[in-house]
Write a protein that binds this ligand. Structure first.
Ligand code: PMP
Length: 380
């Protein structure tokens, strides 16, 4: 098997899976309980909180554990907007993940004006356009760190500085799901930051939201008051501690992992560029995130190529897994101004430190032979 769909989810590190098992079968105590072994678990969870905080240069009491980035993103909107008086404008980028894009759209039903800032041809948010949209009535802005379909990396410090000067009453939320650990980030350039464990080799169903101290924020689900009263629900200790182990491993091997993914991405791109009528969608290889490459093989529908590759046990995506069942155009590539034929023939390859350069050669050779057949068939 060649697994090239790591933006959808990743294989859990062995180290993380072992830790999860320990917190399920041995130290399974509820960290909110009063006796010693439970307090030990609570301390471990707070250690995990500190590791995330250190990674993005914030303090541990600014980190809230969640069930993943969909929850973090939803909670960023609801926790912040419920704490504000009156309506106003919400601005998100046109290429956000559905957990931001659809969430923003819901606020149009309750009196907010929701606006979308465009991107350039490489998929990066157009900061000049954002500047022309900002104003005193803007309440909330959400711009992703790294796009999950193209690997485009946004200039978050520029976005933040524009907001500080032109919309000082607005909060900036950043969806960091595809950037955390893979692209450097300093969370001091935003008010909120979301991340998700299963995108960096922790299990599914655990994530976090950073909320800057002193932000007016009412949190998410209510109940027993866990997570400092901001996100009730018994802590998923196995998931949190496994996520901690994954962050520790990733951080320790960061250089090796990132260099390895870039080398693979470059090799795959070089191989693909040799195939006729093929376009890379998104930023230049060195400008994008190390693990995401999007390409269109003209004349071959992405879906058809995906399933032909599946027969060879090579797994890729046509776009975000969360929107792959929706028919029609690709919202992300469309925002970049790509023609419908190029959108329809797009494939997203997403890598992890487990991938090898040999796999990039094998995958490209498979693509080349499949599309040679499909294009011949099409011409008849
Ligand atoms: N944001 C982005 C950019 C993503 O890629 C994803 C996962 N596809 C999410 C949010 C949602 O994360 P989760 O699966 O943890 O809900």
């Amino acid at each position: 098997m060649i697994y090239l769909d790591n933006s959808a989810t990743t294989r859990t590190f062995g180290s993380a899976a072992e830790v999860a098992k320990k917190y399920m079968t041995e130290t399974y105590f509820n960290p909110s309980s009063a006796y010693g072994p439970a307090v030990t678990v609570e301390k471990a969870v707070n250690g995990a909180r500190r590791r995330i905080a250190d990674t993005i240069n914030v303090t541990p009491n600014e980190i809230i554990f969640t069930s993943g980035a969909t929850e973090s993103n939803n909670m960023a909107f609801s926790g912040a907007l419920r704490a504000m008086r009156g309506n106003g404008r919400i601005i998100v980028s046109a290429v956000e993940h559905p957990s931001v894009f659809e969430t923003a759209r819901r606020y149009a039903d309750v009196g907010y004006e929701v606006e979308f800032v465009g991107v350039d041809a490489t998929g990066r948010v157009n900061v000049d356009m954002l500047k022309s949209m900002l104003g005193d009535d803007v309440r909330f802005v959400s711009i992703m760190q790294v796009n999950n379909e193209t690997g485009a990396v946004n200039d978050i410090p520029a976005v933040y500085n524009a907001i500080i000067s032109q919309a000082p009453g607005a909060l900036l939320h950043v969806d960091g799901v595809q950037g955390f650990l893979r692209v450097p980030f300093n969370a001091r350039f935003c008010d909120m930051y979301s991340l998700s464990g299963h995108k960096f080799h922790a299990p599914k169903g655990v994530g976090a939201l950073y909320v800057r101290n002193r932000t007016k924020f009412l949190g998410g689900q209510t109940g027993g008051g866990q997570e400092n009263g901001l996100r009730s629900g018994t802590s998923c200790t196995s998931g949190i501690m496994a996520m901690d182990a994954a962050i520790a491993q990733y951080t320790e091997h960061s250089r090796e992992y990132i260099d390895g993914m870039y080398a693979c991405k470059k090799r795959l791109a070089d191989n693909i560029k040799r195939i006729n009528d093929t376009f890379i969608n998104g930023p230049a290889i060195a400008d994008g995130a190390p693990h995401i490459l999007n390409a269109s093989f003209m004349g071959v529908r992405g879906e058809v190529l995906l399933h032909a590759l599946e027969e060879k046990q090579i797994y890729v995506a046509t776009g975000s897994a969360c929107s792959s069942k929706k028919k029609g155009k690709n919202r992300i590539l469309d925002a970049m101004g790509l023609k419908p034929e190029r959108q329809e023939s797009a494939i997203r390859f997403s890598l992890s430190p487990f991938n090898t350069v040999n796999e990039m050669d094998e995958a490209a050779a498979a693509i080349e032979s499949i599309i040679a057949v499909l294009r011949r068939y099409k011409r008849r």
